[in-house]
Design a protein around this ligand. Structure first.
Ligand code: CA
Length: 228
Protein backbone atom coordinates (compact mmCIF):
# COMPACT_ATOMS: atom_id res chain seq x y z
CA UNK A 1 0.00 0.00 0.00
CA UNK A 2 1.03 3.60 -0.08
CA UNK A 3 -0.05 6.79 1.62
CA UNK A 4 1.27 9.58 3.76
CA UNK A 5 1.48 8.83 7.48
CA UNK A 6 3.06 11.24 9.98
CA UNK A 7 4.33 9.51 13.14
CA UNK A 8 3.81 11.70 16.21
CA UNK A 9 5.77 9.99 19.00
CA UNK A 10 8.34 11.42 21.41
CA UNK A 11 10.28 8.20 22.00
CA UNK A 12 12.89 8.07 19.22
CA UNK A 13 13.30 4.27 19.33
CA UNK A 14 9.58 3.63 18.79
CA UNK A 15 9.34 6.38 16.19
CA UNK A 16 12.22 4.94 14.19
CA UNK A 17 10.84 1.42 14.43
CA UNK A 18 7.49 2.68 13.08
CA UNK A 19 9.19 4.66 10.34
CA UNK A 20 11.22 1.60 9.32
CA UNK A 21 8.20 -0.75 9.36
CA UNK A 22 5.84 1.55 7.45
CA UNK A 23 8.43 2.68 4.90
CA UNK A 24 9.20 -0.95 4.10
CA UNK A 25 5.49 -1.37 3.25
CA UNK A 26 5.59 1.60 0.86
CA UNK A 27 4.20 4.33 3.11
CA UNK A 28 5.66 7.81 3.15
CA UNK A 29 6.27 8.79 6.80
CA UNK A 30 7.25 12.03 8.49
CA UNK A 31 8.64 11.76 12.02
CA UNK A 32 7.50 14.26 14.65
CA UNK A 33 8.59 14.24 18.30
CA UNK A 34 5.83 16.58 19.45
CA UNK A 35 2.55 18.15 18.39
CA UNK A 36 4.48 21.29 17.36
CA UNK A 37 6.74 19.28 15.08
CA UNK A 38 3.72 17.50 13.61
CA UNK A 39 2.20 20.87 12.68
CA UNK A 40 4.93 21.32 10.05
CA UNK A 41 4.15 18.01 8.35
CA UNK A 42 0.40 18.67 8.51
CA UNK A 43 0.75 22.18 7.09
CA UNK A 44 2.64 20.86 4.07
CA UNK A 45 0.00 18.28 3.19
CA UNK A 46 -3.13 16.61 4.52
CA UNK A 47 -2.01 13.03 5.22
CA UNK A 48 -3.91 9.76 4.75
CA UNK A 49 -3.56 8.65 8.38
CA UNK A 50 -1.90 9.89 11.59
CA UNK A 51 -0.14 7.69 14.16
CA UNK A 52 -0.38 9.50 17.47
CA UNK A 53 1.24 8.69 20.80
CA UNK A 54 -0.95 8.89 23.88
CA UNK A 55 1.69 10.63 26.03
CA UNK A 56 3.37 13.55 24.29
CA UNK A 57 5.33 16.44 25.78
CA UNK A 58 3.10 19.51 26.20
CA UNK A 59 -0.19 18.07 25.03
CA UNK A 60 -1.74 14.64 25.56
CA UNK A 61 -2.51 12.44 22.56
CA UNK A 62 -6.28 12.52 23.16
CA UNK A 63 -6.24 16.34 23.47
CA UNK A 64 -4.22 16.65 20.30
CA UNK A 65 -6.57 14.21 18.53
CA UNK A 66 -9.53 16.38 19.54
CA UNK A 67 -7.73 19.45 18.19
CA UNK A 68 -7.12 17.70 14.84
CA UNK A 69 -10.77 16.62 14.66
CA UNK A 70 -11.93 20.20 15.24
CA UNK A 71 -9.78 21.55 12.42
CA UNK A 72 -11.76 21.36 9.15
CA UNK A 73 -8.53 20.69 7.29
CA UNK A 74 -7.63 17.55 9.27
CA UNK A 75 -10.99 16.36 10.63
CA UNK A 76 -11.36 13.72 7.95
CA UNK A 77 -7.93 12.19 8.56
CA UNK A 78 -8.13 8.93 10.54
CA UNK A 79 -6.00 8.62 13.69
CA UNK A 80 -4.51 5.52 15.27
CA UNK A 81 -3.50 6.12 18.88
CA UNK A 82 -0.39 4.47 20.29
CA UNK A 83 -0.87 3.78 23.96
CA UNK A 84 0.98 2.02 26.77
CA UNK A 85 -2.20 2.06 28.78
CA UNK A 86 -4.34 -0.97 28.32
CA UNK A 87 -7.14 -0.40 30.78
CA UNK A 88 -10.62 -0.32 29.34
CA UNK A 89 -11.31 3.24 30.50
CA UNK A 90 -8.27 4.61 28.68
CA UNK A 91 -9.20 2.86 25.46
CA UNK A 92 -12.65 4.39 25.64
CA UNK A 93 -11.13 7.83 26.29
CA UNK A 94 -8.86 7.41 23.28
CA UNK A 95 -11.76 6.52 21.01
CA UNK A 96 -13.90 9.29 22.49
CA UNK A 97 -11.29 11.83 21.43
CA UNK A 98 -12.01 10.89 17.83
CA UNK A 99 -9.27 8.33 17.17
CA UNK A 100 -10.44 5.59 14.79
CA UNK A 101 -8.36 2.86 16.42
CA UNK A 102 -5.53 2.25 18.89
CA UNK A 103 -2.66 -0.15 19.45
CA UNK A 104 -1.29 -0.92 22.87
CA UNK A 105 2.49 -0.87 23.38
CA UNK A 106 4.30 -3.15 23.08
CA UNK A 107 2.74 -4.15 19.77
CA UNK A 108 3.97 -6.38 16.98
CA UNK A 109 4.73 -4.78 13.63
CA UNK A 110 2.27 -7.19 12.01
CA UNK A 111 -0.50 -6.04 14.32
CA UNK A 112 0.29 -2.41 13.64
CA UNK A 113 0.28 -2.94 9.86
CA UNK A 114 -3.03 -4.80 10.07
CA UNK A 115 -4.55 -1.86 12.00
CA UNK A 116 -3.16 0.66 9.51
CA UNK A 117 -4.54 -1.28 6.54
CA UNK A 118 -7.90 -1.72 8.26
CA UNK A 119 -8.30 1.96 9.07
CA UNK A 120 -7.22 3.04 5.57
CA UNK A 121 -9.65 0.59 4.01
CA UNK A 122 -12.53 1.87 6.12
CA UNK A 123 -11.65 5.53 5.50
CA UNK A 124 -11.82 5.12 1.74
CA UNK A 125 -15.49 4.99 0.76
CA UNK A 126 -16.37 1.76 -0.99
CA UNK A 127 -18.53 3.53 -3.56
CA UNK A 128 -20.87 1.87 -6.02
CA UNK A 129 -19.63 -1.68 -6.32
CA UNK A 130 -19.13 -2.03 -10.05
CA UNK A 131 -15.71 -2.67 -11.52
CA UNK A 132 -14.78 -0.01 -14.05
CA UNK A 133 -12.43 -0.36 -16.96
CA UNK A 134 -10.81 2.09 -19.33
CA UNK A 135 -8.23 1.14 -21.95
CA UNK A 136 -6.91 -1.78 -19.89
CA UNK A 137 -7.01 0.02 -16.55
CA UNK A 138 -9.38 -1.68 -14.12
CA UNK A 139 -10.66 -0.29 -10.83
CA UNK A 140 -12.65 -2.43 -8.43
CA UNK A 141 -14.33 -0.29 -5.71
CA UNK A 142 -15.28 -3.37 -3.68
CA UNK A 143 -11.73 -4.63 -3.21
CA UNK A 144 -9.92 -1.30 -3.70
CA UNK A 145 -7.73 -2.86 -6.32
CA UNK A 146 -6.53 -1.09 -9.41
CA UNK A 147 -4.79 -3.05 -12.13
CA UNK A 148 -3.12 -2.01 -15.36
CA UNK A 149 -3.34 -4.89 -17.83
CA UNK A 150 -3.55 -7.23 -14.86
CA UNK A 151 -0.68 -5.70 -12.84
CA UNK A 152 -1.63 -4.22 -9.46
CA UNK A 153 -1.04 -0.51 -8.88
CA UNK A 154 0.09 0.86 -5.53
CA UNK A 155 -2.18 3.85 -4.79
CA UNK A 156 -2.79 5.82 -1.62
CA UNK A 157 -6.43 6.14 -0.46
CA UNK A 158 -6.60 9.69 -1.84
CA UNK A 159 -5.14 8.69 -5.20
CA UNK A 160 -7.61 5.80 -5.31
CA UNK A 161 -10.56 8.15 -4.69
CA UNK A 162 -9.26 10.56 -7.31
CA UNK A 163 -8.86 7.83 -9.92
CA UNK A 164 -12.26 6.41 -8.97
CA UNK A 165 -13.84 9.79 -9.63
CA UNK A 166 -11.98 10.29 -12.91
CA UNK A 167 -12.75 6.84 -14.30
CA UNK A 168 -16.44 7.27 -13.33
CA UNK A 169 -16.62 10.59 -15.20
CA UNK A 170 -14.67 10.15 -18.42
CA UNK A 171 -14.27 12.80 -21.10
CA UNK A 172 -15.36 15.64 -18.87
CA UNK A 173 -13.19 18.53 -17.75
CA UNK A 174 -13.19 19.29 -14.03
CA UNK A 175 -11.73 22.34 -12.34
CA UNK A 176 -9.49 21.88 -9.30
CA UNK A 177 -12.28 23.26 -7.17
CA UNK A 178 -14.80 20.75 -8.53
CA UNK A 179 -12.36 17.92 -7.88
CA UNK A 180 -11.84 19.16 -4.31
CA UNK A 181 -15.58 19.09 -3.70
CA UNK A 182 -16.11 15.72 -5.33
CA UNK A 183 -13.06 13.82 -4.11
CA UNK A 184 -12.09 15.51 -0.84
CA UNK A 185 -15.67 16.30 0.15
CA UNK A 186 -16.06 18.06 3.45
CA UNK A 187 -12.38 18.87 3.89
CA UNK A 188 -13.27 22.24 2.45
CA UNK A 189 -10.20 24.20 3.49
CA UNK A 190 -7.75 22.23 1.39
CA UNK A 191 -5.91 24.37 -1.13
CA UNK A 192 -6.38 23.80 -4.84
CA UNK A 193 -2.72 22.91 -5.31
CA UNK A 194 -3.43 19.75 -3.28
CA UNK A 195 -5.29 18.52 -6.35
CA UNK A 196 -2.17 19.09 -8.46
CA UNK A 197 0.04 17.28 -5.96
CA UNK A 198 -2.19 14.20 -5.87
CA UNK A 199 -2.84 14.24 -9.61
CA UNK A 200 0.92 14.36 -10.19
CA UNK A 201 1.42 11.37 -7.88
CA UNK A 202 -1.41 9.44 -9.49
CA UNK A 203 0.07 10.11 -12.93
CA UNK A 204 3.48 8.97 -11.73
CA UNK A 205 2.06 5.60 -10.69
CA UNK A 206 0.09 5.32 -13.95
CA UNK A 207 3.23 6.28 -15.92
CA UNK A 208 5.04 3.21 -14.58
CA UNK A 209 2.52 1.17 -16.59
CA UNK A 210 2.17 3.52 -19.54
CA UNK A 211 -1.26 4.86 -18.53
CA UNK A 212 -0.46 8.45 -17.54
CA UNK A 213 -1.88 9.78 -20.83
CA UNK A 214 -5.38 8.94 -19.50
CA UNK A 215 -5.29 11.99 -17.22
CA UNK A 216 -4.96 15.11 -19.30
CA UNK A 217 -4.25 18.63 -18.16
CA UNK A 218 -6.63 21.11 -19.74
CA UNK A 219 -4.79 24.42 -19.67
CA UNK A 220 -6.26 27.11 -17.46
CA UNK A 221 -9.24 24.88 -16.66
CA UNK A 222 -8.30 21.66 -14.87
CA UNK A 223 -8.14 17.96 -15.64
CA UNK A 224 -9.90 15.41 -17.81
CA UNK A 225 -9.83 11.61 -17.83
CA UNK A 226 -9.91 10.32 -21.37
CA UNK A 227 -9.43 6.82 -22.72
CA UNK A 228 -9.62 7.96 -26.32
CA1 CA B 1 5.30 9.15 24.69
Amino acid sequence: MSGQIPIVEDEPAIRQMLQFTLSAEGFDCQEAGSADEAAGALAAQVPDLILLDWMLPGVSGPDYARRLKRDPRTQGVPIIMLTAKDTEADKVRGLDSGAEDYVTKPFSTQELLARVRGVLRRSTPAGGGQTMEAAGLRLDPATHRVTARGVSLNLSPTEFRLLHFFISHPERVFTRNQLLEQVWGDRVYIEERTVDVHTRRLRKVLAEHGFDHLIQTVRSVGYRFSAQ
